[in-house]
Design a protein around this ligand. Structure first.
Ligand code: ADP
Ligand code: MG
Length: 616
């Protein structure tokens, strides 16, 4: 530690006193009034202008917290009405400038103050934990002094401090001190991961008034002291230590993190793209360019990425703006590839399989597991983690039954309710779902109506805004084109690799660019992400009269056609879907009105989809 930091303790205490008196008068008075209901003093890190104090907090947070408590007690900064001392004040810090990633935490950070950003994956029930234990000797009947307890292990005295005999000691429960405790697990946010990386997690120990504050799926910043704890393997103490964060404060991000930064230059390029007459084609061509064809699917995905507008009704209910898509198709038709690409493109995308690898599955589960040391634990599944983004769910036909029923609520209300044992919670899942599924028998049978071959109940199907059927029928011209495209893609890949290792003089950049042309997206993915984010942030189009008429007429026609027993029922949901899709279409060119060019475009797509499933 640099020399100038070695100050006398009393110096530091008086500096903190000065600081508190100057900056936190109001908060201290409020604590005095509301104690013990309110018992935490929140200090904004940005207000600690004294560099020495700020630096000390990061390096030796435990000492700083006790210095501040000393400052409060010695100078009676909190005067309770009845004249007593406030015994249980928490000193909490927030708004730290530097965040660290869960994966970047290293040994030299142990016992320092850290600030970690991420998404909550698991939370346990809130239960009391023993902090100070008082024991009574079975032999002499005297009580011990309070014995501070560890985070995870119960410590008992080996012999009585009074009669010095080795006897059994009883816990004196009414003399012990407990604190509410809850364990959390934070996971890196999906947008911070480079494609394909598994997110890392970190465990958080939250106590007292920090418990019960957050739910799985919440985006949070956790501030606290990084602690280590020795591992025990089969009763043997190991040299390896586990780490956790002793939570000091939690900041919940109410809205989306504005993670996509858009500069003025970006905005200029976005606006000029939006004016381009061929913007629709350009965006669709920028989605999974290595996949040949499937233009209608790509167009629909483009609409999904932009999304319609969520609406709050006067009665408090909410209509979703997110667009759900389902691709049903033969194996090997690039469904999975498309899903993976979309996840990379979406500012907040999560890829998962219906057969799901995690115990939480698609939605959420409450289980008793070792994470909570036998406590009930609530864990968020993919649709919760993808809140405010796109959840790509592959192999949807193979998902578990429980997931299937929870999916109904997740897709329409965009929330997931869990009520099990001690846990009741409603988690948010405001995401757009892009599902992929194989037909019932693995392949489409061309002699059976397609609608009968989709292995999902009508109640679920009706929640998708669009359903695409992708049948793999040999068709010489198309097959040739795909083959050509695939071979070219591979060849280009080869070429780039070779060129990187061993630049070939006569293979110049221009040649590579020409060769790459068919698989290069029209709009660079980084710019497209910004385009999408910009549009979702700033563009809230309204339906023109013409657009309204067109949608209503089309809906009436559908209802008429669909009377009778159709596998995909036409309900009011379809009308809502039409509105969402049309709004998304207007958003794609940053327009504030949805006009008939939008409804024309959308109705053409809807018509192709319905032709395949609803009235074939
Ligand atoms: P699915 O999930 O539909 O079973 P995959 O996404 O695993 O299929 O695709 C299988 C392979 O076939 C992938 O490597 C994909 O790139 C290739 N492929 C299939 N259709 C096309 C296409 N239209 N254009 C380019 N590649 C394709
Ligand atoms: Mg697949």
């Amino acid at each position: 530690m640099p020399e100038e930091l070695e100050v006398e303790v009393t110096d530091v205490v008086s500096e903190w006193t000065k600081f508190l008196k100057k900056q936190y008068k109001r908060e201290l008075a409020e604590l005095a009034r509301e104690y013990p209901h309110k018992r935490s003093l929140y200090i904004d890190y940005r207000k600690i202008l004294n560099n020495k104090l700020a630096f000390e907090l990061l390096r030796v947070p435990g000492k700083v917290i006790s210095d501040i408590k000393d400052a409060i007690i010695q100078n009676r900064l909190i005067k309770l009405k009845d004249g007593r001392e406030p015994s249980e004040i928490n000193i909490r810090f927030n708004n730290l400038p530097q965040k660290v990633n869960a994966r970047d935490i290293r040994a030299d950070q142990i016992n320092t103050f850290v600030s970690i950003e991420g998404i909550l994956r698991k939370t346990t029930e809130v239960r009391p934990r023993l902090v100070d234990a008082v024991f009574r000797c079975k032999a002499c009947g005297k009580n011990t002094d309070p014995l501070p307890q560890n985070y995870s292990r119960f410590e008992e005295p080996e012999f009585c401090p009074h009669c010095e005999r080795k006897t059994r000691m009883d816990l004196v429960l009414n003399r012990c001190r407990f604190v509410d405790a809850q364990k959390l697990r934070i996971q890196e946010s999906p947008e911070g991961l480079r494609g394909g990386e598994q997110p890392q997690t970190l465990d958080i120990d939250a106590t007292d008034d920090l418990t019960g504050m957050v739910a799985p799926g919440d985006r949070v910043v956790v501030n606290g002291i990084l602690r280590s704890i020795q591992r025990i393997n089969y009763g043997q103490k190991s040299t390896l230590f586990d780490i956790y964060v002793e939570c000091n404060s939690i900041e919940v991000a109410e809205k989306e993190f504005e993670e996509v930064e858009i500069s003025e230059e970006d905005e200029e390029s976005i606006r000029s793209l939006a004016r381009d007459g061929s913007i629709y084609k350009k965006i669709a061509r920028s989605i999974a360019p290595t996949i040949y064809g499937t233009d209608d699917v790509k167009e629909a995905i483009a609409l999904q990425l932009f999304g319609g507008i969520a609406k709050e009704m006067p009665d408090g209910s909410r209509l979703r703006g997110d667009i759900h898509l389902l691709l049903v198709g033969d194996p090997g038709i690039a469904k999975s590839q498309i899903l993976r690409y979309v996840v990379k493109l979406s500012p907040r995308g999560i890829y998962t399989s219906g057969k799901s690898s995690t115990s939480a599955g698609l939605t959420a589960t409450a289980v008793k597991d070792e994470f909570g040391d036998g406590r009930w634990t609530l864990e968020a599944g993919a649709l919760v983690l993808a809140d405010m983004g796109v959840a790509a769910v592959d192999e949807m036909d193979k998902m578990a039954k429980e997931d299937r029923s929870a999916l109904h609520e997740a897709m329409e209300q965009q929330s997931i309710s869990v009520a099990k044992a001690g846990i009741t919670a409603t988690l948010k899942s405001r995401c757009a779902l892009l599902g992929a599924a194989n037909p019932k028998l693995g392949r489409f049978d061309q002699f059976v109506p397609i609608a009968e071959q989709i292995n999902m109940p009508p109640s679920l199907l009706s929640r998708f805004d669009l359903i695409f059927v992708m049948a793999d029928q040999p068709e010489a011209q198309r097959d040739g084109a795909i083959a050509n495209h695939i071979v070219k893609t591979h060849a280009v890949g080869e070429l780039i690799k070779q060129h990187a290792y061993n630049p070939i003089p006569d293979v110049d950049e221009a040649y590579i660019q020409r060769a790459l042309a068919p698989v290069i997206p029209d709009i660079d993915p980084v710019l497209l992400r910004k385009y999408i984010a910009f549009s979702k942030r700033t563009c809230f189009p309204i339906l023109s009269e013409g657009a309204k008429d067109a949608l209503i007429q089309y809906y009436m026609k559908l209802r008429n056609l669909a009377s009778g027993n159709k596998p995909v029922p036409v309900t009011a949901r379809q009308l809502e879907a039409l509105v969402r899709l049309a709004e998304a279409s207007a958003r794609m060119r940053l327009s504030n009105t949805v006009d008939t060019t939008d409804t024309d475009r959308v109705l053409r797509i809807v018509d192709t989809c319905l032709r395949q499933v609803a009235y074939d």
